[in-house]
Write a protein that binds this ligand. Sequence first.
Ligand SMILES: Cc1cc2nc3c(=O)[nH]c(=O)nc-3n(C[C@H](O)[C@H](O)[C@H](O)COP(=O)(O)O)c2cc1C
Length: 284
Amino acid sequence: MKFENSVIDLIKKRTSTRTFEFKEIDPNLFQKLESILKDINEDAVALSGIKAKFFLSSFKNLDLKEEKKIGTYGVISGAKNYIVGIVDQDEKNAFEFGYLFEKIVLAATDLGLQTCWLGGTFKKADFEQIMELSDHEKIAIVSPLGYKKDKLRMMEMAMRKVVGANKRKPWQEIFFDKSPATPLTENEAAEYAVPLEMVRIGPSASNKQPWRVIKIGECYHFFLSRTKGYGASSFDMQLNDIGIAKCHFELSAESLGLYGEWINQSPEIGPSEWSYVCTWKAEN
Ligand SMILES: Cc1cc2nc3c(=O)[nH]c(=O)nc-3n(C[C@H](O)[C@H](O)[C@H](O)COP(=O)(O)O)c2cc1C
């Protein structure tokens, strides 16, 4: 996927927006994003092997009073459009879903639009009403899409505070050298310091940042460290977060001319409470 702006800048720029201007998206931008979604639905979804599809939907004819109740329990205000991610009821691969949905989020950011991943605070029934779902499908994630209002609402400020949305775990808690006992420093990560930093600053459900990476030689092994008590409901939100990490790592590495491939190595090096997900093997 090609971006107009540097993908590293886009990853740095993206933050969740919950308070939108109540205005239509520029039709040109809307069309551009629709065409990106079309490509993802036609090519990338097939490549990933998951049963998923992505659409833009609209609550266009809503009046403002109604909008407070419909869709998101009042968490989002002003957004007229949403990105909607649909999966098959039996689709378990939240990892590849997260990877693709984050690509769409970055594409929207590239077009100057704001977003907010929503996995919990949206009313499935309202979205199901406007999307034409078949019996074997469900909505996994939605994101409002539009223009950020300058002034945040109290609700948004409170939500950011509760999850510490401006904070991220330090390097030594999430990136490791050869074993989980030894933290990896930015110096040791050398040219991969930036792709790892892009993983670190990514969005995650409730900002839990469940990604862990162990570097051994040219391999970067990605693990999921599940948050205790954070049950995987009908959609595995934390596995989805590792897909976001994959997206940020791969796109930023490639933008720096660092190439490699995703392989499955299942190294037995992580603590038993982590689950292995995938490995990036860098080209020498
Ligand atoms: C998979 C996923 C699900 C999320 N679900 C919600 C949600 O239901 N409601 C919400 O307000 N924010 C949700 N968020 C947004 C996170 O709270 C947010 O990304 C995190 O706090 C970091 O803040 P930032 O996105 O501004 O960097 C979700 C994020 C992800 C990645």
